[in-house]
Design a protein. Structure first.
Lengths: 575, 446
């Protein structure tokens, strides 16, 4: 089925009562309006169901069954929408070949859980007879894990039907544990596990508005701070309603913020924001860049994430200095590309060694790292345009328009032409063409300052025998080196606005709408007041009421009738 | 003199008399009707199969089209690698994509418009791709509704889409594809015995519990989310059907032979790696078709802005299309054009894999319709006219082959409509806005 994407405005008036349903589809897929025809009308609207990402799936299994349970298999690819995979997760489904994989993984996980090795620790009871069904024991186990897997208590019907699967299978295969495994696998491949469906309820503080219910709130909070479904404690707080109280809610936010798992959440957020999913297909031509192995690719990703965690969490640093910090971590492999001697303890190649660049070193900050300069380059050469585009889109949240279809690159990239030896020469010739100038002048002057970095991230001062000119410009700020560019990004207000916007979108799981303006304004003031400390930003966002509101639709798209869904815009008030 | 005539009736009598699921006979030609097109005893026709094959960055205009239309004597130079199969191929020239004012999201628009019949709205796909429409019609009684591979190592390079939210990811590793098709869950149709696996029975009945929760789960969702969840439950139905089939003794298939497990291969965009993996995929997929595992295969040879590259080269195929100067003597980009030879050479590998399997009086290729498409005409300027399109195979006799059809200025959806009709779908129009057509390419319909 193809989602309805265009509706003529006039049709609302004519259809009257159907308007609410029709209007729901206008939201794309973010939030659902109350569906009056459905049986659950009195329980209010349901918020859209995001699909668990691979990391969230792995984390959930590890949290529930312990890290010794292995998760192997191919996950459905994630899709980036409006700058984030987190936003795309509300717009993806499961294909037949994807479900085939989820099915295999679910059975594999379940088989491990009920295996002789694990059953003693993971199962709360033993069957009366291992060769037959034991409904009491099966139901006890399934009810416990079902609560964690579905992120809410199972209904009686659900528990009964899954206990029945365990019983039927146990009888036909003459094995209690095989039966229990089958029932568990069914839970793990259920859409109730694979999709994070959040419920809504009328907001007692704002009449006519809806907010997430307790379990929905727990999901929102946990995905945001830990990149994982809620753990048992958070779900218990939803069940006993303590999450509804200001005190109980604040206690949970504090607990999540103080947990070592926060680091995982921060890593997940920056991996998403900086487009690190592209690492899965990153490779360089082995003839030109023999040192750039798969291990280097892994290390490069880890290097930047370590730098981020160290700077933002451990040192409690200013976000802006992430672009200029001389502190990082290296392995011997990375050292060989950066041209830095790294002595790992005992010569162990996987060991991480803290490293601080000298004051005058051209390398500083995360944009000089392989994870940026090599990720945004071609397999066989550097690319000022790709780097400039990535910096605009990923770091500054500025959209670069798509190139026009009919572009003639021939003259400018005539490699045999002795006039144009360096990339700068070639691009300059290209940029002067009027159709290209508009976009290239916002990308290339940024990227050209990074030309000291080769396609694999190595340092160079010449290209084809000619010395490289690294002068450049970012919105009026001029510089003549990669370090100068780093300083310009550090002082660009767009950088802090961007991380704030992405953080909030990531937390919401949808792109910003008009109704979010006041929230963004309020968050932005607090972020500035904190000295651009990311942990403070996370805490503030986590405590923003609007994060848990089910917003009404954009009125500009609606006509009378459809407006009945929501009354007042969510406030930007923070607790 | 005592002669024993084995008739299909005498051979079957004993077997069916025993009323068992253990049937241990190969499918001899005597089980086919006299035309060799149907399984005589059941009357079920040998199925027609469908394949899509996609490459990026078009071909050089003037260098691929045959000089004459109708039956033709020679391909243009860039289709030369297909010469051995010329009599089984049709060439379609002059077809184009109409944008109707929508932007040309370069490479993507052409790819999607030809395969879905609808110009995408920027980067949003608004209609399902043709392979999923055909798979829904002919693929529901096989273990896999369709099989997708992506030869460049990126599963998202697949062109098969049920909707904007559901791309059928391509398998990137031949070993993984082998395991998926011919691994432990494979039931050899020609095996002597068959015992339904009680575990599969248990799994089948467990899944029906999930399926029964459909109405409840979807009841309180908005329209767009309902559509996404519907996709999940459709996928679930596919798995159930797959299990149902695994519980039945498969009909014997003469042409089915189980291939050996390929060695693990590296993946990537370097052209020799792509060619090698493609050839392995082609062999496995041809066997999967012959063994009745699926009727629809989709091969993404490359992505639309072709990432193919040569070892040691600093540019990709796509970059060469824009950046290499046109050689003034030759009139084309010589380095870029070498990629076309490699691409068409690989397409020939697929045709070899299909044509070397015999089914009755014809080959698997004759019973298949392969639609090969790309994203642009002259890639250097992202041209959306004169886009090179090919079909191979006779769709079990429903397509005439060895023809060149020139349809200058017609929407490329004419081919998609023709293909659907040849595959037996009851459609009379296909496509959207200016891409809508009700005019199949009747020259090739038998």
């Amino acid at each position: 089925m193809i989602p309805l994407t265009s509706i003529r405005r006039g049709s609302f008036r004519a259809r009257g009562a159907l308007a609410i349903l029709a209007a729901a589809s206008l939201l794309g897929s973010a939030y659902a309006a109350p569906d009056q025809s459905a049986q659950g009308a009195q329980s209010g609207p349901k918020v859209a169901a995001r699909r668990l990402s691979e990391d969230q799936y792995r984390q959930a299994i590890s949290d529930i069954f312990g890290p010794t349970i292995k998760v192997g298999g191919r996950f459905e690819p994630e899709i980036r929408r409006d700058g984030l995979l987190a936003t795309g997760s509300g717009q993806v489904s499961v294909t037949a070949s994807g479900l085939e994989q989820y099915d295999a993984m679910a059975h594999d996980i379940a088989a491990q859980v009920v295996s002789e090795k694990h059953r003693a620790t993971l199962l709360p009871c033993k069957p009366a007879d291992v060769k037959s069904a034991d409904d009491a024991c099966a139901s006890q186990f399934l009810g416990t894990v079902g609560f964690l897997l579905f992120r809410r208590p199972m209904t009686n019907d659900e528990l009964q039907s899954h206990t029945k699967i365990a019983g039927d299978t146990a009888r036909s295969l003459h094995s209690f544990y095989d039966g229990l495994g089958e029932a568990l696998a069914t839970l793990i491949e259920s859409p109730k596990f694979l999709f994070l469906k959040q419920g809504a309820e009328p907001d007692p503080d704002h009449s006519g508005q809806f907010r997430l219910d307790s379990y929905g709130k727990a999901i929102q909070l946990s995905l945001f701070l830990w990149n994982a479904p809620p753990d048992r404690q958070l779900l218990e707080a939803a069940r006993d309603k303590s999450l509804e109280t200001d005190h109980g809610f604040a206690a949970q936010v504090d607990r999540l913020m103080a947990s070592p798992r926060l680091e995982r959440g921060v890593r997940a957020f920056f991996s998403d924001m900086l487009g690190f999913d592209e690492f899965s297909t990153l490779s360089k031509d082995p003839v030109l860049y023999p040192k750039f192995t798969l291990k280097v690719v892994e290390d490069a990703r880890e290097q930047t994430l370590r730098t981020i965690v160290d700077h933002l969490l451990t040192r409690h640093g200013d976000y802006r200095n992430l672009f200029t910090t001389p502190n990082t971590f290296l392995t011997t492999r990375l050292g060989s590309i950066y041209g830095v001697p790294v002595t790992a303890r005992g010569g162990w190649p996987d060991a991480w060694v803290p490293y601080t660049y000298a004051k005058d070193d051209p390398r500083a900050g995360i944009l000089s790292q392989i994870s940026f300069v090599a990720l945004h380059a071609h397999p066989g050469r550097s690319s000022p345009t790709l780097r400039g585009k990535a910096l605009r889109e990923l770091v500054l949240c500025q959209k670069v328009p798509v190139p026009p279809a009919n572009v003639n690159f021939t003259l400018v990239n005539d490699v045999k032409n002795s006039q144009f030896k360096t990339t700068r020469d070639r691009l300059t010739a290209h940029r002067t063409a009027p159709t290209c100038a508009g976009c290239h002048k916002i990308m290339d002057p940024i990227g050209l300052a990074m030309e000291n970095f080769d396609a694999d991230g190595g340092f160079r001062t010449t290209e084809n025998g000619v010395s490289i000119d690294t002068t450049g410009e970012l919105d009026g700020m001029k510089f003549d080196s990669p370090a100068g560019l780093a300083k310009a990004v550090q002082s660009d207000p767009a950088a802090t606005t961007c991380v704030l916007q992405r953080t909030y979108e990531y937390a919401l799981g949808r792109p910003l709408g008009k109704g979010d303006n006041s929230t963004i304004k309020a968050l932005s003031d607090e972020f500035a007041a904190s000295g651009y400390k990311v942990p403070e930003l996370l805490r503030t966002v986590a405590r923003t009421d609007a994060l848990y509101a089910v917003p009404r639709m954009d009125l500009s798209l609606n006509t009378p009738g459809a407006g009945a869904v929501g009354a007042a815009a969510p406030t930007g008030e923070t607790r | 003199m005592l002669t024993r005539h084995i008739t299909r009736r005498s051979a079957l009598r004993g077997v069916l008399g025993a009323a068992t699921v253990s049937v241990g006979i190969p499918l001899l030609d005597c089980f086919l009707d006299t035309n060799g097109v149907a399984l005589a005893d059941t009357g079920a026709p040998i199925p027609t199969r469908f394949a899509t094959w996609f490459w990026g960055c078009g071909l050089n205009p003037g260098r691929w089209e045959p000089k004459s239309t109708g039956k033709f004597d020679a391909f243009g130079p860039e289709l030369q690698p297909l010469e051995a199969y010329r009599s089984k191929i049709n060439v379609y020239s002059g077809l184009k994509v109409y944008l109707d004012g929508r932007i040309n999201t370069v490479h993507f628009t052409g790819e999607v418009a030809l395969l879905t019949g609808t110009v995408p709205h920027a980067s949003t796909v608004e209609a399902p791709s043709i392979d999923t429409i055909i798979a829904d019609a002919i693929g529901t009684r096989t273990r896999f509704r369709s099989l997708e591979v992506s030869c460049t190592g990126d599963p998202l390079h697949s062109q098969s889409r049920r909707s904007a939210s559901a791309i059928n990811p391509g398998e990137v590793s031949p070993v993984a594809l082998y395991t998926r098709i011919f691994g432990p869950d494979f039931a050899d149709p020609n095996a002597a015995t068959f015992t339904p696996d009680p575990r599969i029975m248990a799994k089948r009945s467990a899944l029906s519990v999930v399926a029964e929760e459909r109405r409840d789960f979807m009841a309180d969702l908005g329209a767009a989310d309902k559509a996404r969840m519907d996709e999940y439950f459709t996928s679930l139905r596919d798995i159930e059907q797959q299990l149902d089939l695994e519980l039945q003794k498969p009909a014997p298939l003469e042409a089915c032979s189980v291939p050996g497990k390929p060695d693990a291969t590296p993946t990537g965009t370097e052209i020799s790696v792509v060619q090698k993996n493609h050839k392995l995929f082609a062999g496995l997929l041809a066997n999967a078709l012959a063994c009745g595992q699926t009727r629809v295969i989709n091969i993404a040879y490359a992505n639309a802005n072709s990432s193919l590259r040569k070892a040691g080269a600093s540019q990709t195929h796509h970059e060469y299309t824009h950046e290499e100067p046109v050689d003034p003597v030759l009139g084309y980009q010589p380095e870029m054009t070498t990629f076309y030879a490699a691409i068409m050479g690989s397409f020939a590998d697929l045709l070899t894999a299909l044509d070397s399997i015999r089914e009755g009086d014809r080959t698997l290729l004759d019973r298949t319709l392969v639609m090969a498409s790309t994203d642009s005409g002259y890639a250097k300027i992202h041209a959306l006219d004169n886009i090179p399109l090919l079909t191979a195979g006779a769709a079990g006799g429903r397509i005439k082959t060895g023809l060149h059809v020139q349809a200058a200025g017609d929407p490329g959806t004419r081919l998609g409509l023709t293909v659907q009709q040849a595959m037996g779908l009851p459609v009379s129009t296909w496509g959207n806005a200016s891409m809508e057509t009700s005019k199949p390419i009747s020259e090739v319909l038998a």
